[in-house]
Design a protein around this ligand. Structure first.
Ligand SMILES: Cc1cc2nc3c(=O)[nH]c(=O)nc-3n(C[C@H](O)[C@H](O)[C@H](O)COP(=O)(O)OP(=O)(O)OC[C@H]3O[C@@H](n4cnc5c(N)ncnc54)[C@H](O)[C@@H]3O)c2cc1C
Length: 145
């Protein structure tokens, strides 16, 4: 896509190398947000008729913050390590803070509260071995009749 400078690929669907050893930007929210900010500036510059920055995208790792279950999360930020419910509280505050507007924050909090109380979370770990039929239709050899 090198010949199309008006097309940007960012977030989870982008593979962006961070070093020469094969390190890549992780598929997490902060990676997507940083790429979004970078692409947004380039698009704004283009609309304003300015040349986009020649500085390549560089990822700044702020640490890891991830949910690992109902009301549980892990935080790994420099020397700060939190887990369990305390980690989840920090996770919730951080995620609410970074949502785009007040309406989104209210919607997210209402959704989380509903899911927490009624245990209706749609995100589940897949712990069972895959069934053979999960791998798509069995191949049929047309040549064997
Ligand atoms: C279960 C789960 C838990 C996660 N937990 C964490 C966590 O704790 N911390 C963390 O940092 N990251 C977490 N992540 C990762 C994080 O959600 C992603 O890295 C981040 O959302 C990527 O952002 P994105 O904008 O690239 O993609 P998305 O957030 O997936 O946004 C893509 C958007 O494009 C829309 N879309 C798709 N196709 C089309 C189309 N054809 N036309 C128009 N719109 C379209 C989708 O509906 C969606 O809104 C988690 C991911 C999952 C799946």
């Amino acid at each position: 896509m090198a010949e199309r400078d008006d097309v940007r690929v960012i977030g989870d669907i982008a593979r962006v190398e961070t070093d020469d050893q094969g390190g890549t930007v992780p598929g997490i929210a902060q990676g997507a947000m940083q790429m979004g900010a970078y692409a947004g500036k380039a698009i704004a510059a283009r609309i304003a008729g300015r040349a986009p920055s020649k500085k390549p995208f560089s990822y700044f790792d702020k640490g890891s913050l991830a949910t690992v279950g109902r009301g549980k999360a892990v935080l790994d930020m420099g020397r700060l390590h939190l887990s369990g419910f305390l980690g989840w509280m920090v996770w919730a505050v951080v995620h609410i803070t970074f949502l785009v507007n007040f309406r989104s924050r209210i919607a997210a909090m209402a959704s989380w509260t509903f899911a927490y109380i009624f245990q209706t979370g749609v995100n589940e770990l897949i712990t069972k071995p895959a069934r053979s039929e999960d791998h798509g239709p069995k191949s049929t050899d047309a040549s064997s009749g």
